[in-house]
Design a protein around this ligand. Structure first.
Ligand code: NAD
Ligand code: UD1
Length: 340
């Protein structure tokens, strides 16, 4: 049996492939390299000692995608990470987001049905909960009210998966709603390296720490939270990766369609994360309080009891671990870039 990982050279995909290899799973990876580099294959090999099977394939290219299914008739599971994920860009280029995220998923589902591949893991997001009425968020809470095309693609795909499952009961589908992934592999060899100015908090902090950016803007200190800054559920990317391994075990028991929050169950404010980073790494992060960012919500964190009970999975890394690992990767990445 092997596992097809789409978008496997990206941030979450690469960490997940390492955990799959650690479990002796056979991995076939495809990626169109639109937001990743081919050198990730070398990094994965350095960490695991294994060269994975890789094809540069775009999930929108039906023929190329079908060739992968034909060539690897032992694929039993697909983990679908491939997609576009920048919230701001999705507002400016909605059609690109709807086309890439929806069509790549539809193409995969059609091929799964044609080639009798039954297990599918989908990368969803806490963004599907919109502006939550209460926290923590349970999987049974209302979804909808997304504020940008990126978030809406996740919502629509969840709906597509529900509809397809109604008529294809042979499928086992895990919808995984990620909260805020941060951190990096403890080797420091892989991590999150966004192009341009980071939108997300942790990459911005590490770029301030290394001196690429002068200071962090804290978007709002007047939210109804303990210190006034936004609260999120930051999950270490290696814990998230292990959540996928656990979800696959569940699918292989013929689970049907299942939905899990993958988070820590704990909210952390912007300033708490900044201070944790400073303490973990002995580096000062200069910041200013700036106006709220449009579309932001005050608080978002998960209840993760369902994943604990049904997947036997819990996040074990702390915020301090994530701060240390993100910083280790940022230093490595900056050194590599400067030697180019
Ligand atoms: P990423 O951009 O690092 O990885 C996505 C990978 O998919 C990239 O390597 C990119 O080159 C590839 N890709 C994009 N479109 C493709 C296509 N049409 N065909 C083949 N490859 C394609 O993103 P990530 O942070 O690793 O996120 C992975 C998934 O998790 C995405 O679906 C994302 O929306 C979802 N997600 C991410 C977060 C987060 O904060 N990082 C949170 C919730 C959900
Ligand atoms: C964002 C996306 C969400 C996506 C998630 C994970 C928006 C509106 N939502 O959520 O769809 O699933 O990333 O990738 O963009 N912050 C600062 N200064 C910064 C950056 C962030 O103060 O320079 C604050 C934010 O206001 C927020 C917290 O840090 O309170 C986390 O922000 P971010 O990392 O962008 O994640 P989300 O807003 O949760």
């Amino acid at each position: 049996m092997s596992i097809l990982v789409t978008g496997g050279l990206g941030y979450i995909g690469s960490h997940t492939i390492i955990e799959l290899i650690n479990q002796n799973e056979e991995v076939v990876c495809i990626d169109n390299l639109s937001n990743s580099k081919i050198t990730m294959l070398d990094q994965i090999e350095k960490i695991t000692g294994k060269r994975i099977t890789f094809y540069q394939v775009d999930c929108l290219d039906k023929d190329a995608l079908e060739n992968v299914f034909k060539k690897h008739d032992d694929i039993d599971t697909i983990i679908h990470f491939a997609g576009s994920k920048a919230v701001g860009e999705s507002v400016v280029k909605p059609l690109l987001y709807y086309e890439n995220n929806l069509m790549s998923t539809i193409n995969l589902l059609n091929l799964m049905i044609k080639y009798h591949v039954n297990n599918f893991v989908f990368s969803s997001s806490a963004t599907v909960y919109g502006n939550p009425e209460r926290v923590p968020l349970f999987e049974t809470d209302k979804i909808g009210g997304t504020t940008n095309p990126y978030g809406t693609t996740k919502l629509i795909i969840e709906g597509i998966l529900q509809d397809v499952y109604k008529v294809h009961k042979e499928l086992n589908i895990a919808i995984l709603r990620y909260f805020n992934p941060i951190g990096a592999h403890e080797s420091g060899l892989i991590g999150e390296a966004p192009n341009g100015i980071p939108n997300n908090l942790m990459p911005y902090i590490t770029q301030v720490a290394i001196g690429i950016r002068e200071k962090l803007s804290v978007f709002g200190d007047d939210y109804p939270t303990p210190d006034g800054t936004g609260v999120r559920d930051y999950i270490h990317v290696v814990d998230l990766a292990k959540g996928h391994v656990a979800a696959i075990s569940k699918l292989r028991t013929n689970s049907g369609l299942v939905i899990y929050n993958l988070g820590t169950g704990k909210g952390t404010s912007v300033l708490e994360l900044v201070h944790a980073f400073e303490e973990a790494n002995g580096v000062k992060i200069p910041y200013v309080i700036a106006p709220r960012r449009a579309g932001d919500i005050a608080e978002c964190y998960a209840n993760c009891d369902k994943a604990k009970k049904e997947l036997n999975w819990v996040a074990t890394h702390s915020i301090v671990d994530a701060c240390r690992d993100s910083w280790r990767f940022q230093q490595y990445f900056t050194k590599m870039e400067s030697e180019k």
